[in-house]
Design a protein around this ligand. Structure first.
Ligand code: 6PG
Length: 258
């Protein structure tokens, strides 16, 4: 297949305008297709970078408007903790981005957090989250897999993405849309995550990963067989040019990219 797109910048603040343009291009295409923009987001450093890209005032043109009122935001992965807990990806996104949106001007996104009723049972939590996805997506798409317009993901230093970890049996799941994990190597241990087929089925997939701490994993993913078998590598290989990497020069130092 075609290689992924790799965009690299001297710094995160220089990356932000290009990430904005990219997200807006996907937003405008999605709204054109079906009047909504269905996005999945991860935690980690992503919400902060996303805020840098999306919160600045636009140039006033329609194409440069972040039309938050049309956004439906899901969690690519979430920790099984209360929504007010320090470890919650929802809380992180809310504080970094959602609370700072000028909703009067841009509208309010519809956000789909996990249901706190199921915190004690990660599998039940995953099943319930999947039910929400089915309710939203099955009305529009084939019921086989949900069609996210854009997945915004991170890449961990071990090559994990969402909460799909290297060599974990969850990687082999083909039927379920949403999975639970109780032995996550990155704490907290109980989480839910979208499955690999759901990620690969997205219209576009963006990895946002910056800093010198990513150098070693980038080298692996882009240059080695072993790296191609890691979760990030599987998405990178499996989705071809549907994938875009937003990164910085520190992360790519010495890495040969396609
Ligand atoms: C989580 C995150 C996780 C994250 C990666 C990369 O809940 O732990 O969703 O999948 O995206 O670990 O994190 P950084 O962007 O902070 O490196």
């Amino acid at each position: 297949g075609k290689p992924p797109n790799v965009y690299s910048f001297p710094s995160v603040s220089e990356l932000a305008p290009t990430l904005r343009q990219y997200v807006l291009a996907q937003q405008n295409a999605a709204i054109e297709r079906h009047s909504t923009f269905r996005v999945a987001v991860s935690g980690g450093s992503l919400p902060k970078t996303l805020a840098q890209a999306l919160l600045p005032k636009g140039d006033g043109s329609a194409a440069d408007k972040v039309d938050f009122g049309k956004w439906e935001i899901f969690f690519a992965d979430e920790r099984c903790v209360p929504l007010t807990h320090e470890d919650s990806n929802y809380k992180l996104l809310k504080e970094e981005l959602l609370d700072k949106i000028n909703t009067e001007e841009l509208g309010e996104p519809k956000v789909f957090p996990i249901d706190e009723k199921y915190l004690d049972d990660a599998q039940e939590m995953a099943d319930q989250y999947e039910k929400q996805l089915v309710a939203v997506f099955a009305a529009r798409d084939s019921v086989k897999l949900p069609g996210f317009d854009l997945l915004l993901l991170g890449c961990g230093p071990d090559g994990h993405t969402c909460s799909l970890f290297p060599e974990h049996p969850l990687l082999r799941e083909t039927a379920a849309w949403c999975l639970s994990i109780s032995d996550s190597p990155k704490p907290p241990s109980k989480r839910i995550t979208l499955s690999l087929p759901v990620v690969l089925h997205g219209a576009k997939i963006a990895f946002v990963a910056t800093g010198a701490g990513k150098k070693d994993i980038f080298k692996k993913i882009f240059e080695t067989e072993e790296g191609r078998a890691l979760p990030c590598g599987l998405v990178n290989e499996g989705a071809g040019d549907k994938v875009s990497w937003f990164t910085d020069n520190a992360a790519l130092e010495g890495v040969s990219v396609p």
